[in-house]
Write a protein that binds this ligand. Sequence first.
Ligand SMILES: CC(=O)N[C@H]1[C@@H](OP(=O)(O)OP(=O)(O)OC[C@H]2O[C@@H](n3ccc(=O)[nH]c3=O)[C@H](O)[C@@H]2O)O[C@H](CO)[C@@H](O)[C@@H]1O
Ligand SMILES: C=C(OP(=O)(O)O)C(=O)O
Length: 429
Amino acid sequence: MDRIRIVGGNELRGAIPISGAKNAALPLMIASLMTDDTLTLENVPHLADVEQLIRILGNHGVDYSVNGRRERQDAGYSRTIHFTARNIVDTVAPYELVSKMRASFWVIGPLLARMGEAKVSLPGGCAIGTRPVDLFIDGLRALGAEIEIESGYVVAKAPRGLVGNRFVFPKVSVGATHVLMMAASLAKGETILENAAREPEVVNLADCLNAMGARISGAGTSTITIEGVTALSGARHRIIPDRIETGTYAMAVAMTGGDVLLEGARMDLLDKALAIVAQTGAQVTQTNEGIRIARNGAGISPVDVTTEPFPGFPTDLQAQFMGLMTMSNGRSKITETIFENRFMHVQELARLGAKISLAGQSAIVDGVPRLKGAQVMATDLRASVSLVIAALAADGETTVNRVYHLDRGFERLEEKLSRCGATIERISG
Ligand SMILES: CC(=O)N[C@H]1[C@@H](OP(=O)(O)OP(=O)(O)OC[C@H]2O[C@@H](n3ccc(=O)[nH]c3=O)[C@H](O)[C@@H]2O)O[C@H](CO)[C@@H](O)[C@@H]1O
Ligand SMILES: C=C(OP(=O)(O)O)C(=O)O
């Protein structure tokens, strides 16, 4: 099992190319199930989750080809991939595949809409919370699907097709918004989704579906209107830059000090998080090439943060921000409102000398002047990168074990950081 070794203490200086967003790529790849034509996606990041989803889609009959050329010679590494689901060969998404990645459950929307049936395993238990699928089931039922849960599978049928309806999400859900938007695109008549997720990845998916011939308006607001069409065509579509990767490196620079250009990053995708990073004492500037983050000399100011759906502070940056706060000049309070069990990084950060106590949904972080390297364990994707952030500023050597979590969502992390002066390497095996 690979590990990452970091010797802390170096400032970060240089440029980091921001990859295509994992959380946009996954639903966009799934959208390829909705047409027998080719969907070409540009800027697909090279990540374990993408590879896993390629396998899952292959099981349903999606063929793919990669343009061998890298888009930028020395940076980025994200690729253009063509996906073609000429025929759907299987409407069952088995436990062995779906249990590895939650987003694979989302195939239920396109399969049901195109084929009138889908049998999809309940997604695997995830460390950050229980993550039920009730909103998907209620939403698809509102579009006329008959749904039963049988032996751990969601079995959905709509033999005469889905029918548009109004559905009010009782709770904001990114995944359920993606799925209902896709399903409603091939339903008869109009669907109105209220209290929909407003995340940029929802907008990116809606733009792609519209390029494929769907009629979606309002994505990016809490009311999305979808006029169903009978078929979708192929399209060419570009994946947005990864706002979580952007925020992660912004926090890394705020932690170590230095000056880094996050190439291709877009401020509008994470205004709130970058405003918070600025409050900690870093300078944040949008340039033509991306976002520049600098912190020279000044210490790290403590800032309280509460996670919220977009446009609020993202839960996917909570662990990284806690990493930054471990060395602030005072006390900060970090409140997690999206997932009930997303504090597993706390005990690992403590191994590096962080002082954090938990009180219900909140963590109280008392900044310390120094952290000290140690052996730590990655527990989930964002938790693992919070350990990297802390290790970059810690005295001495840290080894992060279970790096496969990081590989789900960060493209060539050690390469990007070492080019900016970090002492970081992957130890294979
Ligand atoms: C691949 C991807 O894009 N993953 C992101 C997506 O996950 P995901 O789409 O799974 O997250 P949701 O927005 O659905 O989850 C938000 C909350 O709603 C709850 N819920 C969700 C569905 C449901 O049927 N019932 C229910 O109760 C969840 O347990 C959670 O407490 O959005 C999350 C919230 O921004 C991010 O942290 C994830 O990185
Ligand atoms: C929680 C995440 O992903 P997933 O929804 O795939 O578990 C994440 O990207 O931080």
